[in-house]
Design a protein around this ligand. Sequence first.
Ligand SMILES: [Zn+2]
Length: 78
Amino acid sequence: MRFAIVNGIRAEAAKGVKGICPSCESELIPKCGEHRINHWAHKGTRTCDAWWEPETEWHRSWKSNFSDDWQEVILVDR
Ligand SMILES: [Zn+2]
């Protein structure tokens, strides 16, 4: 995912920073390297998002056509 909660604010992955998943509120680790785009990941293989899929630069580029606050918005149907 692109955004995690860091100190109460949505933030992109950065080395050495710990984030909180906006969906399940578990800790996320930043993945910042040269082979894949920067993103946040749950520890292990856990995912709380049934719609999760690997995100490529192409995918990230399309998402960036919308403002940051329109991306990865969580809506719950109660
Ligand atoms: Zn989660």
